[in-house]
Design a protein around this ligand. Structure first.
Ligand code: ZN
Ligand code: ZN
Length: 151
């Protein structure tokens, strides 16, 4: 069982898995703003293997075209954003990498939106990176070991 949670410990999550999932980094402006840092890092896992507990606060953010809704889960006490789901990606949960208890053991499988990355950050050439979003979602999901879903 893999576990994690928010900064104050009120919100916790458990992932039914033997090993840590792969993660990816997004360097887009939204991710910089939302993480309050240089980039966001997260893992995509199967929702039926994930369980969150505690007083979860939810923030719903529609996409600009109104076709998708991002459901952001955060701790209402310490305001750590811990995981999210998206109406366009049913069955998957996106876990914020920093919320893993063993975040120091995570590995990174891909970078996206490197056109917007902070200039001091040097990326390992062996790690796949795209200037903007990944051109093919199925290849991206396979690369980061995300659960394969229909559609
Ligand atoms: Zn908290
Ligand atoms: Zn982003």
């Amino acid at each position: 069982m893999i576990e994690g949670g928010c900064r104050c410990g009120a919100v916790r999550w458990r992932l039914d898995a033997d090993r840590l999932p792969l993660t990816y980094a997004c360097h887009c402006l939204d991710c910089q703003t939302w993480s309050g840092s240089a980039f966001s890092q997260q893992a995509i896992v199967a929702q039926d293997r994930f369980e969150g507990t505690g007083p979860v606060g939810q923030f719903d953010l529609p996409s600009a075209d109104g076709l998708r809704i991002s459901y952001q889960m955060a701790c209402p006490i310490c305001f750590t954003r811990v995981w999210n789901t998206n109406s366009s990606r049913p069955g998957r949960v996106v876990i914020r990498a920093g919320s893993f208890d063993n975040s120091h053991r995570l590995t990174l499988a891909a970078h996206m939106w490197t056109i917007r990355k902070q200039p001091w950050l040097k990326l390992e050439p062996a790690v796949p990176a795209w200037p903007e979003g990944p051109p093919r979602a199925d290849e991206f999901y396979r690369l980061i070991g995300a659960p394969v879903m229909g559609g």
